[in-house]
Design a protein around this ligand. Structure first.
Ligand SMILES: [Zn+2]
Length: 193
């Protein structure tokens, strides 16, 4: 199956310079070359009573490095995550493959609700955005997702302590201090989306 590609939406631009991410956070590889597959993850925070979100952390990572990071997960953790995903996707009554109709696909609408529980992200304190990319396009075969805070928590509960340690170690090495600390420093960096 070939990739369904669309332009990279603003939501997945880097806050650092307001442009698409161009290098892998781990290996520094150029991401904007056609055929280079990568993942972007952003953690967003809402402010009660205000209609904007700020980015708590963000990164782009090439598939090779992303897979290496996932190898840090224990088999049990990996299995738990897959089961969780499957269970919710089955509950939603879709087959987990192609879940979007490209004719009517509205990205802003799609990302305005938690992929798993459909709760609007505007009603949350925190949420994550994650998407897959190829060069200077977004890949819709694996649709981008907004993941709500309650799902993030449920997922974290499925990970073993060892996996959490490994993931946190990886994060800190490449992304700096944990978001809770970083947030104190980034409060002035409010981004309108
Ligand atoms: Zn890389």
């Amino acid at each position: 199956m070939s990739d369904y590609l669309v332009d990279i939406p603003n939501q997945f631009f880097s806050d650092a310079d307001g442009e698409p991410f161009h290098t892998c956070v781990v290996c520094g590889r150029n991401l904007l070359e056609d055929g280079t597959h990568y993942v972007i993850e952003k953690a967003m925070k809402n402010y009660e009573g205000y209609d904007f979100s700020s980015t708590v952390f963000e990164y782009a990572m090439c598939m090779d490095c992303y897979q290496k990071m996932q190898q840090g997960m224990s088999e049990e953790s990996m299995q738990n995550m897959q089961n969780y995903y499957q269970r919710i996707v089955t509950e939603k009554g879709v087959n987990g493959m192609m879940m979007i109709d490209l004719q009517t696909f509205d990205l802003n609408d799609w990302l305005s609700r938690c992929f798993f529980k459909e709760k609007p992200v505007s009603e949350m304190k925190e949420y994550q955005l994650i998407g897959q990319f190829n060069g200077n396009h977004m890949v819709l075969n694996t649709p981008p997702m907004a993941i709500g805070e309650d799902v993030m928590e449920e997922m974290a509960d499925l990970l073993s302590e060892k996996t959490k340690d490994e993931m946190n170690g990886f994060r800190e090495k490449f992304l700096g201090p944990p978001p809770e600390i970083e947030e104190l420093f980034s409060k002035r960096k409010i981004l309108l989306i």
